[in-house]
Ligand binder design. Structure first.
Ligand code: SIN
Length: 535
């Protein structure tokens, strides 16, 4: 792909890139304040990670819970890397954000007494996870946001963010109608995660790190990419690759237990919370047991849960489609790539250090998740920060914006399948310095191989693979530099946490286009946070 011929043009006050919870919440908040918003989504209305979210939304319960308790659970899970102010700010916004969703028509599950039901997940000290459709919370959130009448151009990806001396000027986009430009002084990235960097992931096919690459190329910093969360319980089937069905933590919250093929508990003696320990602890315990027994999966035994099929209809259907009945059989599970804890460095209103560029949701690093995200804090973050960022984008109202030239869109890209194997082998649940360094060298070889001939014919796929390649490089650089084990970054050769590394390691692109550590605290690389009211 070289300099594209531009065949269409549009103008907006705010371009939102992505159609999941964070993007549509931001789009709605901005539109309600009079901004002309255009959301671009490369897939269809339900091709988002939000659609697949099962467990729910972590939000402080009205009784027997407190913001401080949720804050402490989040910080404990985050392994010393959470930004406590960001955690407090985002957690405190939960109830208002959920009320806004309910006003839009979202229906959450209720108990017999009419109160909203709450379940428990790993790392939470109490039952505070609200859910919808049993285990289809994300689908309900997506449903109401899709129905909110927001202007979304589906099947349209973003190839480049164009900036000038005043910051963001717009984007170069690509759709079936060819390349186009949208002139806009504000761009909000809500592109989700990077699960497709790995051979097995819970993420949809579109989780190709697009926002990380776009932000890096626009001059923004990323941080904490080495903290890639592997969900402990993903349905295992022999040879299964690509998007794999999640078995929600809520199943353990309702009493299921993790056992090895010999019937022994996997987490006994590992953590006081046992199977409901934070996610990184459980994933590591499973990986260690699988290695010790030389097996490729363990089991989640949910047979003690009465009414399983009613409480977990999505999981029941996924298991039965794979020939497993969770009502009568233990479910084979193994860890798989699930959530990117780090991302584009922002404040708690989604602002990056590039004027007019915002990032929200999984693509962003606000400081909420630290080294390991607490379960069900992600929909919460998308709702709370999404609304704030949509409001914050009004600061760019009236800034003149024009895309005057479109650059060459020739980005280095490795073969996607080889890249996934490389990352799964060397940057998985347990890593080593030697493996990470070897992976960087191999990645350089892979990305210097000639581009496949169909790259020009399939520009979206080529852009995705280039985004994965750049993000892999940044992740490997960060993981190599983090010579310790912390949160969901585990180094077999550096098993301890190091007090001097209890900080984020932000990365920017150097003048040569390579991801480089910038050695500063990301909190100081962004603007001073000013948090607007989300209402
Ligand atoms: C789950 O339901 O286990 C996933 C929830 C999350 O990733 O927060």
């Amino acid at each position: 792909m070289t300099t594209p011929d531009v065949s269409w043009e549009a103008r907006a006050d705010l371009v939102v890139v992505g159609g999941g919870v964070a993007g549509l919440t931001a789009a709605r908040a901005a539109a309600r304040r009079g901004l002309r918003v255009l959301a671009l989504s490369k897939g269809g209305p339900t091709d988002t990670a939000t659609q697949y979210a099962q467990g729910g939304i972590a939000v402080v319960a009205p009784q027997g819970d407190s913001v401080e308790s949720h804050v402490q659970d989040t910080i404990a899970a985050g392994a010393g890397l959470c930004d406590a102010d960001a955690v407090r700010s985002i957690v405190a916004g939960g109830q208002e954000a959920v009320a806004a969703l309910t006003d839009l028509g979202a229906v959450f599950d209720r108990a017999r007494d009419g109160q909203i039901s709450r379940t428990r997940e790993g790392g939470h000290s109490t039952r505070r996870i609200i859910h919808a459709g049993g285990d289809a919370t994300g689908a309900e959130v997506q449903r109401v946001l899709n129905a909110a009448g927001l202007p979304v151009l589906f099947g349209t990806a973003v190839a480049e963010i164009v900036t000038g001396p005043d910051g963001v000027q717009g984007v170069v986009a690509v759709s079936d109608s060819g390349f186009g430009v949208v002139h806009a002084p504000a761009v909000l990235l809500a592109t989700g995660g990077l699960g497709q960097l790995y051979a097995c992931s819970t993420n949809p096919p579109g989780a190709t790190a697009d926002g990380i690459a776009l932000a890096l190329r626009a001059g923004a910093a990323v941080a904490d990419l080495e903290f890639l969360q592997f969900h402990p319980t993903v349905l295992f089937t022999p040879g299964g690759l690509g998007r794999r069905p999640l078995i929600s933590e809520a199943v353990r919250g309702e009493g299921a237990v993790l056992v090895d093929p010999e019937g022994r508990s996997v987490t006994a003696g590992v953590h006081p919370r046992g199977d409901l320990a934070p996610r990184d602890v459980v994933s590591k315990a499973i990986a260690a047991r699988m290695q010790a027994l030389r097996v490729d999966h363990v089991y989640l035994d949910a047979r003690s849960i009465s009414g399983f099929a009613q409480r977990f209809p999505t999981i029941t259907a996924s298991c039965r489609a794979a020939g497993i009945d969770p009502v009568t059989d233990p479910i084979p599970v193994a860890p798989a790539a699930h959530y990117q804890c780090g991302g584009v460095v922002t404040d708690t209103a989604g602002r990056t250090a590039v004027p007019g560029l915002y990032a929200v949701g999984e693509v962003a690093r606000t400081g909420l998740h630290g080294g390991n995200r607490l379960a069900s804090n992600s929909l919460l973050e998308g709702l709370v920060v999404g609304a704030r960022a949509g409001i914050m984008a009004t600061e760019r109202r009236g800034v003149p914006a024009r895309v005057t030239s479109v650059g060459q869109l020739d980005f280095p890209a490795a073969d996607r399948k080889l890249l996934q194997e490389l990352m799964s082998d060397n940057a998985g649940v347990v890593r080593t310095g030697d493996g990470l360094r070897a992976a960087i060298l191999r990645l350089l070889q892979l990305q210097s191989a000639p581009a496949p001939e169909d790259a020009a014919l399939q520009p979206v796929s080529a852009l995705e693979t280039a985004a994965l390649t750049l993000t892999a490089r940044a992740l490997l650089v960060a993981a190599t530099a983090r010579t310790e084990s912390r949160g969901c970054h585990t180094r077999a050769d550096q098993p301890e946490s190091r007090p001097d590394l209890a900080r984020s390691l932000p990365i920017r692109l150097g003048p040569d286009g390579r991801p480089q550590l910038i050695g500063d605290n990301p909190a100081r690389t962004g603007p001073v946070p000013i948090v607007p009211q989300a209402s």
